[in-house]
Design a binder for this molecule. Structure first.
Ligand SMILES: *Cc1c(COP(=O)(O)O)cnc(C)c1O
Length: 370
């Protein structure tokens, strides 16, 4: 393989920040790459491929139906459109021209109206939907959702994500209860979540998972749920869905990644701790810096190395973050608590050599910056 870094002059990246879309999400296993290669080099009847891989995945997960789409974002738009026009061909073909002839309100908690890298609301609008925010930024109860339901409501959307306000929000179970009571479908965007059947089993009608996050697959996404809704979602490929087409290599790659994900042993918390401990011990030997292993803030089975810089020695931890990014090899850490003097190292895609590079660079910067 020719040297891409040299040829195009792009930087090497060590990704200690997690599944960040701006860094390309995940690194794929050889088996997934092989499946993608086969997909790229072969022809299929595409609708057959979509249907049969969907069936394979639904058997694997024991859900009614499933479908691979191009991204979690596009699935929000396509699902919105499909909830509005259902199987009405005129509606599918002319979504934005005829949308006022269809009901099109999507109800979601205000605290869920987040920007995950792009705004949820923009994806809803792309699909012809109009967002109705329920409750307040810090509080949304069942009653708030119910009070926002009108004649024009076509779906309830719940964003299960660390990006959202966590306190004061109704649960997914409560959202499902409301959906049942008013006969309105419930959609859960679980893009970065790890449990592929949990929300479906709670009675959610459609659940969305991004391909490049927990699943460690290619740029694509998985939607699982009730067949009637998945069927309507697929019809969108005649309309706006064409602009969000998933390739055969993406379909085969993500299907393989899901199979591997379901059958693989998860790295245990203990194994994660063992991997992190020598690094944290080294960090603790640096003057004015302390390290400890911490659990993921959103409660997922992820441990990270938290590095705290003493406030009296290091005044500008944001600068340290940008120095880490601007070296010969760009080192990306989790920096959303830099203002508190802390950064976190996510090691899910970091090997031992890279961990050493991170340590050396932190030590070097620490000397310069003190
Ligand atoms: C990442 C993310 C998305 C978008 O996923 P893509 O597959 O990159 O489009 C949507 N919603 C949430 C909550 C996310 O975290």
């Amino acid at each position: 393989m020719e040297n891409v870094y040299l040829k195009y002059g792009v930087k090497k990246v060590i990704n200690a920040s997690g599944k960040m879309t701006i860094l390309g999400g995940s690194i794929l296993s050889d088996e997934v790459i092989e499946a993608m290669g086969f997909g790229a080099a072969s022809f299929f009847e595409i609708s057959d491929l979509v249907n049969k891989t969907g069936k394979y995945i639904s058997n694997l997960l024991n859900v009614e139906d499933a479908c691979i789409v191009s991204s979690a974002s596009s699935s929000i738009a396509m699902i919105t459109a499909s909830m509005i026009v259902k199987d009405n061909l005129n509606g599918i073909l002319n979504l934005h021209k005829v949308k006022n002839r269809f009901k099109r309100e999507i109800v979601m908690a205000k605290g869920h109206n987040v920007d995950y890298g792009a705004p949820v609301e923009t994806m809803i609008n792309l699909g012809g939907g109009e967002l109705v925010e329920a409750g307040y930024s810090n509080a949304c109860s069942k009653e708030h959702i119910e009070a926002s339901i009108t004649e024009d409501t076509v779906a309830l959307l719940y964003i299960k994500s660390h990006h959202c306000v966590q306190k004061g929000m109704l649960s997914i179970e409560e959202m499902v209860e409301i959906g049942r009571k008013y006969s309105i479908p419930v959609i859960v965007d679980a893009a970065a979540e790890e449990e592929l059947t949990k929300y479906y089993d709670m009675g959610v009608d459609l659940v969305i998972y991004s391909g490049t996050k927990a699943l460690e697959g290619p740029t694509a996404a998985l939607v699982v749920g009730k067949r009637a809704y998945i069927d309507n979602l697929k019809l969108q490929t005649k309309g706006i869905g064409r602009a969000m087409k998933v390739g055969k290599e993406g379909i085969l790659g993500l299907t393989k990644a899901i199979e591997l994900y379901v059958n693989s042993e998860k790295v245990t918390l203990k194994e994660q701790e063992e991997f992190l401990t020598p690094f944290m011990n080294n960090i603790n030997n640096l003057d004015g810096i302390s390290g400890k292993v911490v659990r993921d803030g959103a409660g997922r089975e992820i441990l990270r190395g938290e590095i705290s810089f003493d406030a009296d020695k290091f005044t500008d931890v944001k600068k340290i973050v940008s120095l880490l990014k601007s070296g010969d090899v760009a080192i990306y850490t989790r920096d959303y608590r830099a203002n508190e003097g802390k950064i976190e190292i996510d090691v899910r895609a970091v090997n031992n050599d890279e961990l050493n590079i991170i340590y050396n660079r932190v030590a070097e910067i620490a000397l310069e910056e003190k």
